[in-house]
Design a protein around this ligand. Structure first.
Ligand code: PLP
Length: 288
């Protein structure tokens, strides 16, 4: 595939970053994942705003303007279009680090030369078995830091949590902080209770998901009852439905939690309705 690194497009095999890069040494950087349907970037302004917020959060300037980002990403999608199916659905990954330092020093270097990397990959078709059966999740203590609203590349806690989930046959780990379900290791969470859609309010301990926001927007448009509210661990375990949301997974029903069925153990009716609205919105974007 073709990737972008520091101003140039090149085959991925040729893309190399210095061992003195602060991303490599300190995890000193941020990233974004942006889906594109039919070659059209999905919710791009939202993703670029969150990128700006992440950069502000780590006190790193934005190396490119919005227009430059758009041109770069559209170019990248075009160069990799031959790898995507007829639908041309791809997801873009982009990462910015605080660049290289002459010596390993926690303090920011006096002069910053960002490392800017972007690649794109085909998005596989949604897995029908997931939509039919849902997935399993487990609850784990949220061992991450206090600034989870920043989309930092420093993902070791998330990696370790997800690995634990995988080892217990689950697709996700739902993270509990101070007795509340916050989000999952790489997705946001929703529950349904008596027909109401509930998701935690944005705060520094979770990532403000673009998919999450769209689901709320669609619930509002459809006149479906929803609210942003804290979810206790108890409320999670007694929910009628649980969903996880992310750009690449859309809305996934969680039908088993900690080895017990969620509701009746099948994907729920509210999930089904919201996914249909989500897909309709997506298809409208694809057609332009
Ligand atoms: N929460 C975490 C920790 C994530 O890593 C992600 C994205 O992968 C999400 C939530 C979902 O965010 P989005 O819907 O913007 O993809």
């Amino acid at each position: 595939s073709t990737v972008y690194l520091n101003g140039r497009f090149m085959p991925i095999e040729e893309a190399c970053v210095s061992v003195t890069d602060r991303g490599f040494l300190f995890g000193d950087g941020v990233y974004e994942v942006i889906p594109a349907y039919g070659g059209r970037l999905f919710r791009l302004p939202h993703h670029l705003q969150r990128l700006q917020d992440s950069l502000d959060g780590i006190k790193l300037s934005n190396p490119l303007s919005e227009l430059e980002w758009m041109e770069l990403l559209e170019n990248l999608l075009q160069k990799n279009q031959h790898r995507a199916g007829v639908n041309n659905d791809q997801s873009v990954y982009l990462q910015i680090t605080r660049g290289t330092s002459s010596k390993r020093d926690h303090n920011f270097p006096a002069e910053i030369h960002h490392t800017v990397y972007a690649c794109s990959n085909p998005i596989p078709e949604p897995d029908p078995t997931i939509e039919h059966n849902g997935v399993a999740a487990i609850t784990l203590d949220d061992i991450r830091w206090s600034w989870c609203n920043i989309k930092a590349i420093t993902l070791l806690p998330n990696v370790l949590l997800r690995q634990q989930a995988g080892e217990r046959g689950a697709a996700e780990a739902i993270l509990i902080r101070d007795g509340y379900a916050i989000e999952a290791s790489s997705s946001n969470i929703f529950i349904v209770r008596d027909g109401n859609i509930i998701t935690p309010p944005n705060s520094p301990v979770m990532l403000p998901g673009i998919t999450r926001d769209l689901v709320l927007e669609l619930a509002e448009q459809q006149g479906h009852a929803y609210r942003e509210d804290n979810i206790t661990e108890e409320a999670l375990h007694s929910a009628d439905e649980i969903w996880i949301t992310s750009s690449t997974r859309e809305i996934v029903p969680v039908t088993r939690l900690d080895d017990a069925p969620v509701g009746n153990g099948l994907p729920g009716p509210v999930w089904k309705t919201m996914l249909a609205h989500y897909r309709r919105y997506k298809d409208a974007v694809r057609l332009g």
